[in-house]
Design a protein around this ligand. Structure first.
Ligand code: NDP
Ligand code: MG
Length: 394
């Protein structure tokens, strides 16, 4: 058998990072951890380094790096600690690395993920915000470097599994009519509309089916997550937004579907546990054990489907608007959403104001063409300033 695959886990201390390390730990003969990165949970990062003995760890500041380096040395480990975005890009592009798992949350993941793409690594993408911000440029970089880009997001991983192995020819040639993107509807699917102004961050983060980081949990509660996923799917599968239909499916057993012109609809099912798409993408085109329990259809008993309610979930409409507008609009949508979610988690705004803020900033900003990465970062920075001004003025 060939040597173990060397893996960099960007965002190792997060929900996806930990699930990935759980799967990797089940297959030591196949996978070796090359680098682990963290941001605020540095005790957790230290514990992960002890368990996986990576060659590198990356932290945000020089002070944190010195502390972690001393602790690792005292524990007898040779792991080298690098700092900041430069360190993240270094461990993504290192010639020794085979696969990069992109699981940093938000815009902060864009440069390190692109560094992995440009270095031709196999990239397993959880960080949907990177693709939303810079879709055209990101996909150009993927094609230029002939990178294998595999989706970890459960819906996109499901769609990937429901498409033929060679899908480079485009959806028309494959006979695909529509992509059916499933959504759980989150914790507020049935909450009376009058109560949404009073929901707490804790309620928003209590997802009925999935255990996830706080930002994506709030995105799921507002259905902005589905909006970002709609844009993500357009780029991953080279598809117009109109071809993607969002289907609310509260049980989260079907992770998405592909509807073909002959009337066949292919679905991927499984328990809602991210270790399934992670194991799929890690081993693709092979299959490996993930630790996920077999699906028990008898205990699930029924599967329900509903159309999404865009009055309850205006973020979905706003994301579709940004997807249709193209250019800089998705980057603006993403940046304002990041500021709005942080403000909601800090209890500075109420839940429905997430959508109000995005609506106002998105509609006030002219959409411009995005020809280079620096423009994406300028658009992102300006949208954050406008979002902060909205917060100050309210
Ligand atoms: P978490 O918040 O649990 O983890 C985020 C990770 O990113 C942590 O390792 C965190 O470090 C790190 N991080 C945060 N900010 C920065 C920064 N500025 N620079 C460098 N690293 C940073 O999020 P999730 O694991 O839930 O989600 C990660 C990504 O995967 C998101 O883009 C999300 O949309 C996507 N995703 C997640 C799913 C899930 O089930 N959780 C499903 C599908 C997609 P630290 O913890 O040390 O602060
Ligand atoms: Mg998803």
């Amino acid at each position: 058998m060939s040597r173990a695959q060397r893996i960099t886990v960007l965002g190792a201390t997060g929900s996806i990072g930990l699930s990935t390390l759980d799967v990797i730990g089940r297959h030591p003969e196949r996978y070796e951890v090359f680098a682990l990165t963290g941001y605020s949970r540095l005790n957790e990062l230290f514990a992960l380094c002890i368990r996986h003995a990576p060659q590198y760890a990356v932290v945000p500041t020089a002070l944190a790096a010195r502390q972690l380096q001393d602790d690792l040395r005292a524990a007898g480990l040779g792991t080298r600690v690098l700092v900041g975005e430069g360190g993240l890009c270094e461990v993504s592009a290192d010639p020794e690395v085979d696969t990069v798992l992109a699981a940093i949350v938000g815009a902060a993941g864009l440069r390190p993920t692109l560094a992995a793409v440009e270095a031709g690594k196999k990239v397993l993408l959880a960080n949907k915000e990177a693709l939303v911000m810079s879709g055209a440029l990101f996909m150009q970089a993927v094609h230029r470097s002939a990178t294998v880009l595999l989706p970890l997001d459960s819906e996109h991983n499901a769609i990937f599994q429901c498409l033929p192995r060679d899908c480079a020819s485009g959806l028309d040639a494959l006979g695909v009519r529509r992509i059916l993107l499933t959504a759980s509807g989150g914790p507020f699917r049935e909450t009376p509309l009058s109560e949404l102004a009073h929901v707490s961050p804790e309620q928003a983060c209590a997802h009925p089916n999935w255990s996830m980081g706080r930002k994506i949990s709030v995105d799921s509660a507002s259905m902005m997550n589905k909006g970002l996923e709609l844009i993500e799917a357009c780029w991953l599968f080279d598809c117009a937004p109109a071809r993607i239909e969002v289907v609310v499916h509260p049980q989260s057993v079907i992770h998405s579907m592909v509807d073909y012109v002959d009337g066949s609809v292919l679905a991927q099912l499984g328990n809602p546990d991210m270790r399934t798409p992670i194991a799929h993408a890690l081993a693709w085109p092979e299959r490996i054990e993930s630790g996920v329990a077999p699906l028990d259809l008898f205990s699930i008993a029924r599967l329900d489907f509903q159309a999404p309610d865009e009055v309850r979930f205006p973020c979905l409409r706003l994301a579709r608007q940004a997807a249709d507008a193209g250019g800089s609009a998705p980057a603006v949508l993403n940046a304002v959403n990041e500021v709005a979610v942080a403000a909601f988690l800090d209890r500075r705004i109420r839940f429905p104001e997430i959508a109000s803020m995005i609506d106002e900033v998105l509609n006030a900003e002219p959409t411009i063409a995005v020809g280079e990465l620096e423009t994406v970062f300028e658009v992102d920075a300006r949208a954050r300033v406008l979002a902060e001004q909205w917060l100050q003025a309210k």
